[in-house]
Design a protein around this ligand. Sequence first.
Ligand code: ATP
Ligand code: MG
Length: 287
Amino acid sequence: MKTTGYIVKPNVKLELSKYKTDDTGNFKNKNEAEKDLTNNIEEMQKLHDKLYAEDKFSILLIFQAMDAAGKDSTIKHVMSGLNPQGTSVVSFKQPSAEELNHDYLWRCNKALPERGRIGIFNRSYYEEVLVVRVHDLINNQKIPAQLLPPDIWKERYRQISDYEKYLYENGTVILKFFLHVSKDEQKKRFLERIDKQSKNWKFSEADIKERQYWDEYQKCYEEALANTSKKHAPWYVIPADHKWFMRLAVSEIIIATMKKMPIDYPHLDKEQLARLQECKKVLENEK
Ligand code: ATP
Ligand code: MG
């Protein structure tokens, strides 16, 4: 499956309206895609096993989206079957008083995956150039007024890119997914959450309020993605109207990236191999 069309080119103006939300690539329906998703998940399990055993690289997957785009279910499906010991998922909500007493990367930094692990950020420090911008929350953040530049967002894009480069240079591979859902599809999903008892718990009145800021959010996403998509930490705009396709596309991108990583089970040197043989003898000679 070709996913190159979903990557955001660094420093090129991005217009989300030009990215289809209902694309399904060459697939006609869910059944066709299911086999590929299952294969990808199996392959991911194998590569994850090596990543964990080697204990050198880590992988950070960032998910951002408008409400009801399917962050939770994508995370659930794509990560299914992975060794739970080697994964972590962290959701970022409104910052607490303690978090606001630190710089904005502090809480995310603490939540980064350890070496050998795949870590997922369900929302992330990107909220700092999205919700914080849309709702003008910067003044809640206790940053000294003298340090606030005229264009705080440009400054934050630079800080975030520098931070991601630092992580990359220290062994964290970063992939960022914007799950691109249409406004109509969001409405359909909200209505389903209201009508279906089993989905009632997912509905929040606040979601309706945020929906009124749709255009502002899209603009902030466009600017943020264009300014922070880099070779070492690319953004992907994933069509999200068809959940089955979204999951497949995300899994394809993860697999393609993991395949390119130089990960393998640790190789023992001569001395260590000889030591293994000695241990074998001890076990075999046990009475
Ligand atoms: P779901 O609705 O599927 O459970 P969610 O990620 O929308 O998942 P909510 O608890 O509904 O979770 O919302 C979390 C809210 O926290 C979002 O509206 C998000 O914009 C907000 N948030 C996250 N980070 C920040 C931040 N740094 N500053 C302000 N608000 C933030
Ligand atoms: Mg929500």
